[in-house]
Design a protein around this ligand. Structure first.
Ligand SMILES: [Mn+2]
Length: 381
């Protein structure tokens, strides 16, 4: 055991020596003073001196090992604590039951359209209370229901028979990123991840009531990283990874026929009716930069018709080639003190892409009519 902990020499450990001595004394095996003196006379003193010399030279090394071990113990405890927090948040959360209704096609009209539905920058856990916007965890639920209903309306108007839901990241506000977030956050990180995932599942199931073929996938944003510093982060160490696992678990346990698509942590792409779409959050690949679509095409060896992202918290569309686009969708969160401070005021919005064999249309989905008063009412309900 001691060797595993990095202590190879028990003779140089004073506490260990004391322990053995005490045990020997208690069990009557400790030699008396006369015998002890004899031992010294028998040149045993030399070996003790050697041991002290060894102790001094080992001291630095031992300190280093001790630090490494303490760090390991701290990290292990932190991870275990986090997993336990997730577990207890899951136990306290009720997930919607999966239903897989048969959706009868409209006999009179062709149903040949598909739709990509993006979810972006939910920032669950953020608390905003300013003249232009109000946002808290209660409000998120209402806003996601409203968005799902807008999507359902588009499904019906456009005779959509298949939907691919792509989560573009920043699902949680995260408590540890900027100092400002510390007092603008609600709930612990584990609670934020579990609760926003519950709302995402509600969103998926609400749409599933109106269309039979649904896929879901999610990539991570900068707020989803477990550690704020992007350089010190393992690639899959992010909130969306945990959220994805919960969604997969829900699909499996509830018998949902929604298809979960695995993807990279920070990139995914999809072919819908012959058109190629790429997705990034937008923090690692700037969607303001006109060459991003071409660069992603080069990197993944594919001709992309559009690359879609979030991150900027505003709708933008840039034509960067012949009918080829870079677009960003807005946030569910809407304006906050931070966006105001960096003069990036913009409205709450989301976005979809309507696709058929002949064309695709990137469309902003507005949140008109969600005044602060209405949001507050929803929150109080
Ligand atoms: Mn964001």
């Amino acid at each position: 055991m001691m060797e595993q902990e990095g202590f190879y020499d028990s003779d140089t450990n004073e506490n260990y020596r004391g322990l053995i001595k005490r045990f020997q004394k208690d069990s009557g095996r400790l030699k008396d003073a006369t015998t002890h003196a004899d031992l010294i006379a028998d040149n045993k003193l030399q070996s003790i001196q050697n041991a002290i010399g060894q102790l001094n030279s080992k001291k630095l090394e031992t300190q280093e090992q001790g630090r490494a071990i303490r760090r390991l113990v701290r990290q292990t405890n932190k991870d275990l604590l986090f997993i336990n927090e997730i577990k207890s948040a899951l136990e306290k959360t009720d997930f919607v039951l999966a239903e897989n209704p048969v959706i009868l096609p409209d006999a009179e009209q062709d149903t040949n359209s598909s739709m990509i539905v993006c979810l972006s920058d939910i920032h669950y856990g953020a608390y905003v209370d300013m003249p232009e916007n109000y946002y808290d965890t209660q409000v998120v639920e209402g806003l996601l229901i409203k968005y799902a209903d807008k999507v359902i309306k588009l499904i019906e108007e456009n005779k959509v028979y298949s939907v691919d839901i792509v989560n573009l990241g920043d699902i949680v506000e995260h408590a540890y990123m900027r100092n400002q977030n510390l007092y603008d956050s609600e709930e612990t990180l584990s609670e934020q991840i579990v609760h926003v995932t519950k709302l995402i599942i509600d969103f998926i199931q609400r749409i599933r009531q109106h269309v039979e073929l649904i896929t879901y996938r999610g990539i991570a944003g900068n707020h989803d990283r477990m550690q704020g510093d992007k350089n010190s982060n393992l690639n899959s160490d992010h909130a969306v990874n945990i959220s994805n696992q919960i969604i997969k678990m829900w699909i499996e346990l509830s018998g949902s026929d929604v298809e979960f698509i695995d993807s990279d942590s920070y990139f995914t792409d999809i072919n819908v009716q012959g058109w190629n779409f790429a997705f990034v959050h937008g923090d690692r690949n700037s969607l303001n930069k006109k060459t991003t679509l071409a660069e992603l095409g080069e990197q993944y060896d594919r001709h992309y018709d559009a690359v879609l992202g979030g991150h900027l918290h505003r709708f933008s569309m840039l034509e960067v080639g012949d009918n080829r686009f870079q677009a960003t969708f807005g946030s569910i969160k809407g304006m906050d003190e931070y966006s105001k401070k960096i003069s990036a005021k913009s409205s709450r919005s989301q976005g979809v892409v309507l696709v058929n064999q002949n064309e695709f249309e990137i469309r902003k989905v507005n949140y008109n009519g969600c005044s602060k008063v209405l949001l507050l009412c929803k929150s109080i309900e």
